[in-house]
Structure formats: structure tokens, C-alpha cells
Design a protein around this ligand. Structure first.
Ligand code: 4AD
Ligand code: MG
Length: 450
């Protein structure tokens, strides 16, 4: 028996049915009309189509039903597909009958402007608006691009657990929960440590899932729950890692440009900057970056008694924030790698440079157009004793890292990986003004509903 659902028709395919009578199912996006004509803008998730209800073509009841439709009422409409240059998408439906599922209550989101707070409170409905709808479709294409790219490169998906006994990215941003008789568990900040175990089994692997950070940051770039894709590969050094990150980024942008023309248009995204993302990303060591900041008089900003204080010249050893990242990135129209960071500002698992243990073999990929950090990655410490030293130095609970140390006892090899923040990437590519628009149901410090 053929699948019934396969016979549904969707607005994105309307041109295929020119001249045919079909049924569309959806919601009223907008409605106008007077006298003997009603124009229903129907949306079905794949697009918006104009449906023309002429009194002479439908039953009396159906015409009355069409007149009673309110914004977001749900219905099925049957009619003949006709080309019309003035209709959105070039085709419209000449309605012969309709079936109403529900007449919607007065819809809170009207075409007029609404404040951000109101929209986010109504996120469950806001998702239907054209911009939000477009962003979600781009997000879906980006996820597919990431998976296709890695799958085609020989990486295999191996998901990491979310409930974990320990921290990966430092203890300050952990969400804690009770775990039966075993004490506390934490929501994973990153699947990386488990991805390393997977890489020793499969060679090239990736984990792609939600990660959690109890970040107090209230910026446009931070969520408390976000999705991260984390490839990890045995025998890769930092150079390989950066090249993989670059190739993946170029591939993602290319796929969005090829598959999301309509969405980018809805978002009024200038695609010229995206077209410049073709590879050959600039690379700069942390030390070179600091020299550049010093030459260009970009200070370190530090809060002293709640007041921002500028420190000149930017001191070697401090981490970069938005001010430094944006200043550095003004020179480039492609993403840029900063590598070899000070050991003190980076995570315990990163490999120290044997020639200069003050720096680790780490990289961040910063995006152009003020996108900020899109990727963080590194070569991992593969020496058992050096890793043990770092775990002890950071005062991490040794028992819980025993399995991780084991990986350095049984066939340890150089290996590297990175994490790309999905929402940061979606924000950059779509030009969304806030990261909360890039995930269906954003979680931030002040919001867990809806
Ligand atoms: O740089 P991060 O913290 O790196 C890691 O977690 C590594 N364990 C990844 C690895 O090597 N496998 O995070 C990686 C990326 C950042 O570059 C950023 O894009 C995103 O995750 N990210 C966030 N996105 C949204 N909200 C937050 N609070 C984020 N924190 C990090
Ligand atoms: Mg980082």
C-alpha cells in the first residue's frame, strides 16, 4: 500500500501542478477581499500561496466560510492551479471548495510591529512569522550541510551522553541535577571528552547534540542550551584541525547559498559577504594578534568596581572579548583562525606546545561581520603524565577522569577536534540580530518558557 501522506500537495511544488485541481492544507496568513471575491494568503510551512475564492465558483456555505476566516484559521482548500504573474510565487489557486478545521481566536501577532519581549513570550506562535520561519529553514539546511560534509569525509556520528559526572569546559557554568544514589550529575557542556573515546574506536567521529552552560552572560551570542557539532579525529594535528574547520565552513555557506535563496531574500540578508567565503582563511597566532591589538591601540577592558576600565597596551596572556575580536576581524572578510593561545586561559585537555609550554595547540575561528567566535578547538594532550598534571593543577576529581586518562594508556595517539556552535553559525549566516532567533525554543538566564 502506498503511503497516504505522500499524496499531500505543498505550496513549494505549486508550479508542478499548473492546470490541475489539487488540495492544499494550511493556515490563513492574511486575508483580503470584498463583494464576490475573497483572497486567502495560505501558508503551509513550505510557502505562501494566494487562493482566490470567487462567489460564483463555490457553494454558498463555502463562500460564507471563506468570509469568516480569521488570521491563522486552519483549513484545506481545493482548487485549480493557475499561473498569475502578480501572485506571490507566480501561481495561485482558483478555489472550488474548502474545509475549515478551526476558526482561530484573535491572533496576538498581527502584521504590525511588536516589541522583542512580547514576541519572545509568544515564541510558540512567533515561529510562524516569515522571518522566523526563514531562519528555521536555514538552520535545517545548515544541520544537513554539516552532517553531509562530515559523513562524506569519512566521519561517523557517535553521540555523547548529556548526563555526565564531570565538567569539560571548566566548573563555573555547570547545570547540576540529582542522580539517584550516585550523587550529582551535570548537563554536558560539550561532548568532546567522549568524542575522544569514540575517535580511538572509529578513527574519525563526530558528536552533534545539545550542550548546556549556566552562563550568566546576557549577550546576543549566548544561550544556556545550544547545539554543538564536534568532530574528533585520531592522528590529526592542529593544522589538520583548522583545515577541516575551514572546509566545513566553506561547505556550509555554499549549501545555504545554493538552497536558501528565498529564505535569504525574506531575511534581506546581503549575500555578497557570504559569497566571499571561499577558503584560504587568514590565520594568526595569539601572539601576533596581541601585537596587532597593541599597534592598533585596542585595549583590554576590565571591570573595576563595576566600571569598565581600559588597559593599554593589551597584555599578553589575557583572553579576547568582543571588543578585541571585532577589532581584529575588521581586516578580514572571511573567517579567521587565531591559534596557540596562552595555556592559562584555555581548557585542561589542550596540548601544550612542547617547545613553549606557555601556549597550547588551540584555535578559535572568528567569523566576519561581527559574528564572534564560531568554533573552538585544539589538539588534545596525548601524554598521560602531562594530562594528569593538568587535571591535578585544575583540581578536577581524578576518579571521574580515570577513563579519560586510560585513553592515554592504551594506544595513545595525537588527535584533534573542534566544536562549532550551531546557533552562532545560524546567526552569522542569516544575519539574525539575536541568537534567540536561531533556535526554536531559546533558553537564556531569564527564560525557560515557552
Ligand atoms: O569554545 P567552546 O567552549 O569549545 C568546547 O566546548 C570544546 N570542547 C569543543 C571541542 O573542541 N570539541 O565551544 C565551542 C563553540 C563556540 O565556539 C561557540 O560557537 C559555541 O560553541 N558556544 C556557544 N553558543 C551559544 N551559547 C553559548 N553560551 C556558547 N558557548 C559556546
Ligand atoms: Mg571557546
Amino acid at each position: 500500500m502506498s503511503a497516504r501522506y505522500k499524496s499531500y500537495k505543498y505550496i513549494e511544488d505549486l508550479s508542478k501542478y499548473d492546470g490541475q485541481e489539487i488540495t492544499l492544507n494550511g493556515w490563513v496568513y492574511n486575508k483580503t477581499g470584498k463583494g464576490k471575491l475573497q483572497f486567502i494568503q495560505l501558508r503551509d510551512g513550505s510557502g505562501v500561496a494566494q487562493c482566490v475564492v470567487f462567489k460564483g465558483n463555490v457553494s454558498e456555505e463555502d463562500f460564507e466560510a471563506a468570509k469568516s476566516l480569521t488570521q491563522e484559521s486552519s483549513l484545506s482548500v481545493t482548487g485549480t492551479v493557475k499561473s498569475n504573474d502578480r501572485a506571490p510565487g507566480g501561481f495561485e489557486l482558483d478555489v472550488t471548495s474548502l474545509k475549515v478545521y478551526q476558526i482561530a481566536d484573535e491572533y496576538p501577532i498581527s502584521p504590525k510591529e511588536h516589541g522583542d519581549a512580547f514576541l519572545i513570550e509568544n515564541r510558540h506562535l512567533w515561529l510562524r512569522s516569515s522571518r522566523q520561519h526563514a531562519i528555521m529553514r536555514v538552520r535545517s539546511v545548515i544541520v544537513k550541510a554539516i552532517r553531509d560534509f562530515l559523513d562524506n569525509c569519512g566521519f561517523r556520528l557517535m553521540d555523547s551522553p548529556i548526563l555526565t559526572p564531570n565538567a569539560c569546559e571548566g566548573t563555573s557554568t555547570l547545570f547540576e541535577t540529582k542522580y539517584f544514589d550516585l550523587g550529582n550529575a551535570y548537563l554536558s557542556q560539550s561532548g568532546q571528552l567522549y568524542a575522544e573515546a569514540s575517535a580511538m574506536a572509529l578513527g574519525r567521529t563526530y558528536t552533534f547534540g545539545p550542550t548546556f552552560r549556566a552562563e550568566k552572560s546576557k549577550t546576543r551570542k549566548h544561550l544556556t542550551e545550544f547545539w554543538m557539532v564536534e568532530p574528533e579525529a585520531a592522528f590529526f594535528d592542529l593544522e589538520d584541525d583548522m583545515q577541516l574547520a575551514e572546509d566545513m565552513t566553506v561547505y556550509i555557506v555554499k549549501q545555504v547559498l545554493a538552497n536558501c535563496e528565498k529564505e535569504l531574500e525574506t531575511l534581506e540578508r546581503d549575500i555578497e559577504p557570504l559569497k566571499k567565503v571561499v577558503g584560504g582563511f587568514p590565520r594568526m597566532s595569539y601572539t601576533e594578534a596581541v601585537e596587532w591589538l597593541q599597534e592598533n591601540k585596542v585595549p583590554l577592558i576590565q571591570k573595576v568596581d563595576g566600571v569598565d576600565k581600559e588597559i593599554h597596551p593589551f597584555p599578553w596572556g589575557e583572553d579576547f572579548g568582543t571588543v578585541q575580536e571585532e577589532a581584529l576581524m575588521e581586516q578580514f572578510d572571511q573567517p579567521c583562525f587565531i591559534y596557540d593561545y596562552p595555556t592559562e586561559v584555555k581548557a585542561f585537555y589542550m596540548k601544550r606546545d612542547p617547545e613553549n609550554p606557555k601556549v597550547v595547540k588551540a584555535m578559535d575561528m572568528l567569523g566576519p561581520e561581527k559574528a564572534g567566535e564560531l568554533i573552538g578547538g585544539s589538539q588534545r594532550e596525548d601524554d598521560h603524565d602531562l594530562l594528569l598534571e593538568r587535571i591535578q593543577h585544575e583540581d578536577l576529581p581524578l576518579e571521574e577522569f580515570q577513563w579519560y586518562l586510560d585513553l592515554r594508556k592504551y594506544g595513545s595517539v595525537p588527535h584533534s577536534g573542534f566544536g562549532m556552535g550551531l546557533e552562532r553559525t545560524v546567526k552569522w549566516i542569516t544575519g539574525a540580530k539575536h541568537i534567540r532567533e536561531t533556535i526554536p525554543m531559546p533558553r537564556t538566564i531569564h527564560r525557560i518558557v515557552p
